[in-house]
Ligand binder design. Structure first.
Ligand code: HEC
Ligand code: HEC
Length: 445
């Protein structure tokens, strides 16, 4: 997913870059990257809204219940929907059906892909959640500069023909897994104005201050937005991310991502004999349905509260975890224009307090994968950085950190060095009771 814009997923970029011409000509490659370079900076999107413990606005809806948060209507009973009667843009249930739909070659799947449906990687406890599925990304690093693998840093793990499955070359020694992230409640996250994220950043101490990459909004007017989705904050909008994902995860092109991915730099799109469908394979309807669905999902709900959870939350803040894992953020007021003019904050998502336990900013805590948003000089600084993992829904995950290689909360905490080193040291100096209370708190998220 990604990078399309630069952001998200590097993949996108990759995708973009991978046509045969692109892989042969630096000039052409540069032109292709330009699509992901915003024409102007981010707009404030209104004044910053409150954040931190005393956020104040009404609570956003939460629940693992397959019910709409009110943005789109619930629609006909989910079990009554099928491929013939689904109306993609009608309702939450229709959008969920499209998000769960298993794609076939005749519908555009591949030629290279990672899975047949969005749900394959985003389901737990309900459709839209995070999962244990990891993607892999590779490239190589020379004198501190990252170069992506041929065909892009995202290595698709499946293909529609055995001879075009991508393989990592020995010399691409910068290698990482990236876990599938949660999408539930991300409509609220999208409606946090850029100015609020910048205010969170500016309130952080110098040695812990996050970075807010300004990424293109592909469906917008050309201005940038503050990236917040994906492990690298590579996208600002859900339409951009969903388009990126449709191409890079499922192999389906759409208006914002009209070029098929290559197989390690070799053209396998329409006309190559590997791909029966001309592009774009989706006219934008499915992408809009994915965004409508995600925008209508409720945020992950909390588990039961106990005295230990209560005291654990207090220690979590006192120790400094909440400087990055921000406990509460208020979304923009209704009618605020966001996403470079492409989206207007709807009433159902407006002026709501969310508890994501993230600042949606990039930090260097020493755990980074060495892969920038895009392999361009202006993004090189993001190579060692990772977005503060939103901790909502944490009790539903058992493979932690971007690579899924931490098995316990304590493992994950001990990997916090760099900008989090002082906080980790403070945590480690706590007594056993306080540490156990923080663990109880984490297990309530
Ligand atoms: C093969 C697994 C896989 C499939 C299939 C998949 N995703 Fe993802 N998704 C991921 C991973 C991995 C990430 C994190 C990627 C990154 O940051 O590089 C992610 C992140 C996201 C995010 C950003 C959430 C956040 O805030 O971090 C959105 C939105 C999303 N996916 C939507 C979709 C949609 C829509 C589809 C279907 C078109 C889809 N995904 C299909 C694995 C998958
Ligand atoms: C300087 C910012 C910062 C501070 C301070 C910080 N974190 Fe994190 N946290 C991060 C980042 C960035 C990640 C993602 C790192 C990665 O995936 O490589 C993360 C990831 C995590 C994860 C893994 C979540 C998941 O879904 O995989 C847990 C658990 C966590 N932090 C708990 C804590 C606790 C507890 C504290 C306080 C003791 C803390 N963090 C302090 C930035 C921070």
């Amino acid at each position: 997913m990604l990078v399309s814009i630069g952001l998200g997923t590097i993949v996108v970029t990759t995708a973009v870059l991978t046509t045969p011409l692109a892989s042969q000509s630096p000039v052409k490659q540069h032109t292709r990257y330009e699509k992901f370079i915003p024409r102007s900076g981010a707009r404030p999107e209104g004044p910053a809204r409150p954040f931190g413990v005393r956020a104040g606005a009404p609570e956003a809806k939460t629940g693992f219940d397959n019910l709409t948060n009110g943005y789109f209507p619930q629609g006909p009973p989910f079990d009554s929907l099928n491929k013939d009667n689904v109306v993609p843009l009608r309702s939450f249930n229709d959008g969920r059906f499209v998000f769960e739909e298993v794609e076939t070659v005749a519908e555009g799947l591949g030629p290279t892909y990672n899975a047949q449906s969005c749900r394959e990687c985003h389901q737990n406890i309900v459709t839209g959640g995070a999962s244990q599925i990891a993607e892999h990304r590779t490239g190589h690093t020379v004198n501190g500069i990252f170069y992506e693998s041929l065909g892009g840093s995202l290595i698709q793990s499946r293909a529609t023909y055995p001879d075009i499955v991508e393989h990592v070359v020995d010399t691409d020694e910068t290698r990482s897994f990236r876990m599938s992230t949660n999408t539930l409640g991300n409509g609220y996250v999208e409606c946090v104005s850029d100015s609020t994220l910048l205010a969170i950043r500016d309130a952080q101490p110098d040695d812990m201050r996050g970075s807010a990459p300004e990424v293109p909004v592909l469906e917008g007017d050309g201005s940038a937005g503050v990236g917040r989705f994906g492990w690298k904050c590579q996208h600002r909008s859900l339409i951009s991310f969903a388009s990126d994902a449709y191409l890079n995860e499922v192999g389906i092109t759409s208006p914002l991502f009209p070029d098929e991915n290559t197989s390690s730099g070799v053209f396998v799109g329409f006309g190559s004999g590997y791909d029966p469908l001309a592009d774009p394979e989706d006219d934008g309807t499915d992408v809009q349905a994915f965004a409508n669905f995600i925008r209508s999902t409720k945020a992950p709900p909390r588990g039961p509260s106990t005295p230990d959870v209560f005291y654990g939350a207090r220690h979590f803040t006192e120790v400094g975890c909440a400087i990055c894992h921000v406990s509460a953020i208020v979304t923009a007021p209704a009618d605020t224009v966001i996403n470079g003019g492409a989206f207007i904050v709807p009433r159902a998502l407006a002026n709501k307090t969310i508890h994501p336990y993230s600042d949606f900013l990039l930090h260097d805590i020493g755990s980074g994968d060495g892969i920038p948003i895009l392999p361009l000089p202006q993004w090189q600084y993001t190579a060692p950085m990772i977005r503060t993992a939103p901790l909502w829904g944490l009790r539903t995950r058992n493979r932690l950190m971007h690579d899924g290689l931490s098995f316990t909360f304590d493992d994950a905490i001990q990997r916090h060095a760099g900008q989090a080193a002082n906080v980790t040291a403070t945590f480690n100096a706590l007594g056993d009771t306080e540490k156990a209370q923080i663990m109880a708190f984490l297990d309530s998220l």
